[in-house]
Ligand binder design. Structure first.
Ligand code: FAD
Length: 460
């Protein structure tokens, strides 16, 4: 008996049903694959630059923790449909376990892999752990899935989530076996900056700059989890203030599974947080569930508008304005602060994400897909569901979306949510000096142009 646990978006040891089940059975070997998509597109979206940096660091920490349990963690690169069966065969594994994933292209890959491994005589088990509610477990009467958040949360909130599992006891020692398909973590090339979007950022740049803001890995994640109660007191109103530390900053931890959503929920429930703040925060955890529910049921949400009438939207792609947005040089202080926070720290406050996304898609009329891709490359929490669904929500083409005529005014937003300019000054030190650029668009005029463009959609 030897179980291969294939780690994906679950880089933790506690509350890990697949790992716990494996450890209860016998010796365990772990595997992580830097995946390429199959020729037919099956498999997860390839990691963006910031995510690759995060994954590399997080895997270093996970490898150390698994070693303490006597579990080796192996690495490989390529198409999982080929690599996983090869590694399992070389090691002489009798079973393979993994935590389920939900994007249609990943579901397709996992399903065919399950079949081929079983065909080769292995036992294969997939486990929950990435979400509170399986996306296929709830649906409104007569339909395949929810399109609106509130009824989704009502139904999802009824499903019991259980208590987080403790870390498993060490399994019997794994035999010394090897596979020609595996390599060292460093050889995966996760730290090589190869994205076109990030060509200006060298690997060293990421290591130096983003690392000042984050410590990946489950140990720091547990510390972040312990801080949840104090961070979310006052969340209901404070969550909109980018100048304050009033959100949990758990997003990259949840994205990479350094903490489970069940652990996050338990952290908020066990605490002395006022009910209004707790329920406001838990609601956001369910927004993550909703994004995954939609993504599971609607293919290609990352590139195609959910509402079909947006397919021919009259975007006006323009490299220069997109570039000014990416680099935080639009002359609109809150937008520039947000885009520089993103570039330098790999994360942006939610309110500011909405403002910068609205500015790009509405005031600059750039396709939301180009902003989504930039976020995908630069966010440490870049998530296959939350990112496209949120972009579509802001652009107006998504489920339960902001109405098309809602164009955030970044100046009003700044006055309201950064009243002392503390956030803007932190990220745009030259704000208020002659070096700060003039606005690249007139806010009122570009708002009118956006409304004209959106009227075309409305007429369809
Ligand atoms: P908290 O406020 O502490 O919330 C707790 C957790 O709930 C978060 O960690 C996150 O997992 C979840 N959550 C919170 N808000 C949302 C939301 N609106 N939608 C879905 N889940 C939410 N979130 C990502 O995790 N990855 C992304 O790639 C991503 N891209 C976004 C793009 C745009 C244009 C916008 C407007 C939002 C995006 N979000 C994304 C959602 C949200 O901005 C972040 O989850 C949040 O800012 C993370 O900070 P936090 O962990 O402190 O959140």
């Amino acid at each position: 008996q030897l179980t291969l646990v294939w780690f994906r978006d679950d880089l933790r040891v506690a509350d890990h049903p697949a790992l716990s089940a494996a450890c209860a059975e016998g010796p365990v070997i772990g595997l992580w694959v830097r995946e390429e998509r199959d020729a037919d597109g099956a498999g997860p979206r390839p990691l963006g630059g910031a995510s690759r940096w995060w994954a590399h660091r997080s895997l270093e920490v996970l490898a150390g923790e698994l070693e303490a349990l006597g579990i080796p963690l192996l690495f490989a690169a390529g198409r999982a449909g080929e690599v996983v069966p090869q590694v399992a065969r070389d090691l002489g594994a009798t079973a393979v376990r993994w935590t389920r994933r939900y994007a249609p292209a990943s579901v397709a890959l996992d399903a065919s892999l399950k079949e081929s491994l079983r065909g080769a005589g292995l036992a294969v088990h997939s486990h929950p752990g990435f979400l509170l509610v399986e996306p296929a477990d709830i649906a409104p009467a007569g339909r395949s899935h929810y399109q609106v958040f509130t009824p989704f949360q009502r139904a999802a909130g009824e499903i019991p989530v259980g208590t987080p599992l403790p870390p498993p006891p060490a399994p019997p020692p794994a035999p010394a076996v090897s596979s020609a398909a595996t390599c060292g973590l460093d050889e995966l090339g996760l730290l090589d900056g190869t994205d076109a979007a990030l060509s200006a950022a060298t690997p060293q740049w990421w290591a130096d700059t983003v690392a000042r803001h984050w410590e990946p890995g489950w140990m720091a994640a547990e510390a972040a989890l312990a801080e949840v109660p104090e961070r979310i007191v006052g969340y209901r109103t404070g969550r909109d203030r980018p100048d304050r530390e009033s959100t949990s900053r758990l997003s990259p931890r949840l994205r990479f599974g350094e903490v489970s959503p069940r652990q996050a929920l338990a952290a908020a429930e066990a605490s002395e947080v006022p009910d209004v703040d707790r329920s406001a925060w838990v609601r956001q955890l369910y927004w993550r569930e909703f994004c995954w529910h939609l993504t599971h049921h609607v293919p290609r949400l990352d590139t195609e508008p959910l509402r079909a009438q947006f397919a021919d939207f009259p975007w006006a792609p323009d490299e220069e304005s997109a570039r000014a947005w990416q680099r935080g040089r639009t002359g609109i202080p809150l937008v520039d602060a947000g885009m520089r926070q993103l570039w330098e720290s790999g994360w942006v406050h939610n309110r500011v994400r909405m403002v910068v996304a609205s500015f790009l898609s509405k005031n600059l009329l750039q396709p939301w897909q180009s902003g989504e891709q930039w976020f995908w490359d630069t966010l440490v929490d870049a998530d296959e569901a939350n990112n496209p669904v949120s972009w579509q929500w802001v652009a107006g083409s998504g489920a339960d979306a902001a109405p098309y005529f809602r164009v955030f005014n970044p100046e009003t937003q700044r006055q309201k949510f950064d009243p002392d300019d503390g956030y803007v000054r932190r990220w745009v030190p030259e704000f208020g000096t002659p070096e700060y650029p003039d606005p690249i668009v007139d806010l009122a005029e570009s708002r009118r142009a956006a409304l004209d463009a959106y009227a075309v959609v409305k007429a369809r």
